[in-house]
Design a protein around this ligand. Structure first.
Ligand SMILES: Nc1nc2c(c(=O)[nH]1)N[C@H]1C(S)=C(S)[C@@H](COP(=O)(O)O)O[C@H]1N2
Ligand SMILES: [Mo]
Length: 277
């Protein structure tokens, strides 16, 4: 299995540990949110996670993805991948205009959350105009409004072992092979379990200021084709990381139990887990 996180060199780590110490108690704009969260308080005391955090925030020149002007917004934002989930539970939610939808946040958290769309809309919001780059070779610029993932994670309060955020989606991509019940191959075994879209990111991207759970696109509720009622925007990565139709957010300490262990549906089909652009 490929591991794709960049590990800083020993010298760099020493330097970064120093930087983390310097900023551990300082007020640093966007850092405040993280520094005040349970996760931040813990990791700014611990060397390694603070390294990763400081590295991305201070030493990566393109720390923020570029944001565009209203006039740059694409007339047509191509819907891609699943554009109309056929799953019965999803269809029931869509039929009621997602008024009965709840987002579940659980796993390695102190407080599991169940939030309706209205509740999500009352939380602090961020709007950003960014470019989406699909690995297939097309791009589109859209305006996204949603709740920063950091806000939800702060509410849920991460346990110390938390390392990854996993997104479980509503749409079935394929069905797992029917199990041994059809050993004779006569085709009468029940269909295998649905494999629904899933994705994951690390805590650094999870707490990045441009990482949001978007419910609006271009000033209107997200259309079904683009991921209603809630989709991820993690702006420094490729299109397939931007999970649509999110039903559950699971906080984990590893990706081993997620799908085949590579952290996402497309990752389990050969794509990179860290799809940086
Ligand atoms: N749940 C889910 N999320 C998904 C996909 C999908 O098929 N299902 N496709 C991915 C891919 S490859 C891309 S390019 C974008 C497309 O987002 P869009 O439909 O808003 O263009 O969603 C990503 N997120
Ligand atoms: Mo894509």
């Amino acid at each position: 299995m490929k591991r794709r996180l960049t590990i800083p060199s020993p010298n760099r780590r020493g330097f970064l540990a120093g930087m983390a110490g310097l900023f551990g108690t300082a007020s640093l704009g966007g850092c405040d949110k993280i520094a005040n969260s349970a996760w931040g308080t813990r990791t700014l005391k611990a060397g390694e996670d603070a390294n990763l955090y400081v590295q991305r925030l201070l030493l990566t020149p393109s720390s923020l993805a570029r944001e565009f002007a209203e006039t740059d917004i694409s007339k047509w934002f191509k819907p891609n991948g699943t554009i109309d989930p056929e799953d019965t539970p999803y269809k029931a939610l869509a039929a009621k205009n997602f008024s009965t939808y709840t987002l579940r946040v659980d796993g390695l958290v102190e407080n599991s959350l169940d939030l309706s769309l209205d509740e999500l809309r009352t939380l602090p919001a961020r709007t950003q105009i960014t470019r989406h780059d699909c690995v297939e070779g097309w791009s589109a610029i859209g305006k996204w409004t949603g709740v920063p993932l950091a806000e939800l994670l702060k509410k849920a309060s991460l346990k110390p072992q938390a390392r990854y955020i996993v997104f479980h989606c509503a749409d079935t991509m394929e069905y797992a092979p029917a199990d041994a019940a059809d050993a004779q191959g006569d085709g009468d075994a029940p269909a295998g379990k649905p494999i629904r879209y899933y994705e994951s990111i690390d805590l650094t991207d999870a707490f990045h200021p441009q990482t949001i759970l978007a419910y609006d696109m271009n000033g209107h509720p997200l259309p079904i084709s683009n991921g209603a009622p809630l989709r991820l925007r993690v702006e420094r990565q490729l299109g397939y990381k931007q999970a649509k139709y999110i039903m559950r957010i699971e906080v984990t300490d590893s990706l081993g139990h997620v799908g085949q262990g590579n952290g996402g549906y497309w990752e389990d089909n050969g794509y990179e887990w860290y799809a940086g652009i």
